[in-house]
Design a protein around this ligand. Structure first.
Ligand SMILES: [Ca+2]
Ligand SMILES: [Ca+2]
Length: 69
């Protein structure tokens, strides 16, 4: 696995349960202080959440990462 990807995933998965929830994603992105609004964050999240279960798994994150790459 790509170390950079694993690190990014771990930073977003605040409670280390192997899934990034929308709440974790919004919190993590907001905490980075990036100039991005909550609707934009949710839009990015929805794009990455391929099966739309409200959580981003590592495989989903990997796909999104490679697409952004
Ligand atoms: Ca989590
Ligand atoms: Ca999902």
């Amino acid at each position: 696995m790509n170390d950079e990807l694993a690190k990014a995933f771990a930073e977003l998965d605040l409670n280390d349960d192997g899934q990034i929830t929308e709440q974790e994603f919004v919190s993590a992105m907001s905490a980075r202080g990036e100039h991005i609004t909550e609707p934009e964050i949710k839009s990015i999240f929805a794009d990455a959440d391929a099966d739309q279960d409200g959580r981003i798994s590592l495989p989903e994150f990997t796909v999104a990462w490679n697409r952004a790459g």
